[in-house]
Design a protein around this ligand. Sequence first.
Ligand SMILES: Cc1ncc(COP(=O)(O)O)c(C=O)c1O
Length: 394
Amino acid sequence: MSQTKSGLIVPSKRSNIDSFIAMDIVSKAAKLTAAGEDVISLAVGQPCASAPKAALTAAANALKDGVISYTNAPGIDGLRQRIALHYRETYDVEVDPARIYVTTGSSAGFVLSFLSMFEAGARIAIPSPGYPAYRNIIKSLSMVPVEIETSHDSRWTLNAQLLEAAHKKNKIDGLLFANPNNPNGTMLQRDGFATLLHKAQELGIRFISDEIYHGLTYDFDAASALEYGDDVIVINSFSKYFCMTGWRIGWMIVPESLMRTIDKLQQNLFICAPQISQIAAAAAFEGKAEMELVHRGYKTNRKLLLQRLPKLGITNIQPIDGAFYAYGDISQLSDNSVDFASKILEHTKVAVTPGVDFDLSRGKSWMRFCFAANHQRLVEAFDRLDKWLGIEQN
Ligand SMILES: Cc1ncc(COP(=O)(O)O)c(C=O)c1O
């Protein structure tokens, strides 16, 4: 048989995005674990706890039937109605279930919102430090991420002034904002959040609110963008509060003006979210008491990190108002967080994430520690780090 031409299959320019370094570290950690090493991972933002028991039971019952099928594109009615009830219970907001779309994690919600609202070349603001996939999804869809640096002066969160200043320099079309934020857990309080949202709308910037860490806050609650009107997109997920990362299930709430567009995009891009995960997710809400215990565990872990990171020489920890991350300054220990994370993994078998994932310009001096781990394992991780750095334990 004659050979066809080779060298035709090459990556597109728009797929030329950065890797998600946390995931690269996970691969290294998995190799070490496979080789018999006792690795403690504080690298990936995922709870070590199980999904709610009710979710597991619902999924197990569904599996007994054997037929796991497509659902309609927006998702099963029972789940959409349960999510609507969640908005009434949690935020005192009425949401028509018809506006709720069940997605393959919040990750699919980002793709759907960008494609539904923006043209190629649109400029979408995101905070820096921020969740790296935002930048990479925006780029891969031929749009332009506009990273707005936060700092000590803005208490490490985006605000209305920073958004306005960036917009004045060069027009912005959309804003994707997580509150609490990843990698630092830092939040705007209710007033600041409302001011940011109103400023965005005044400037004609479409607001996408990533509410994935709602329910996981420590000193004050998070406001939903839906409390201030319907002309926003809200994205959320079962991954974090409900400990369901691997189920790949989330949701988005869109204004009526976007419903048919999201329908068509979901039908064609994803068909629907996995049915088994939708069934489990509808039952997950019954497990809120269980999840509150997990949340309480994070509070204890947070206290531990706030005590032990400074002893290691990791300082300037950005305010951990929510989520389950500590983002600290490592410049007393190293000037290169990527090398330092590799050394930590090599010498202590503790996996952590270098800041360059979250902040391209300043991330070499920062490191993220996820504290959604089992408490004893977290203590063990810090004992290993103390020992390696020669810190006396007391
Ligand atoms: C801020 C933020 N948004 C979205 C996601 C993606 O979550 P998922 O696709 O599992 O819902 C993450 C994951 O870490 C995150 O930190």
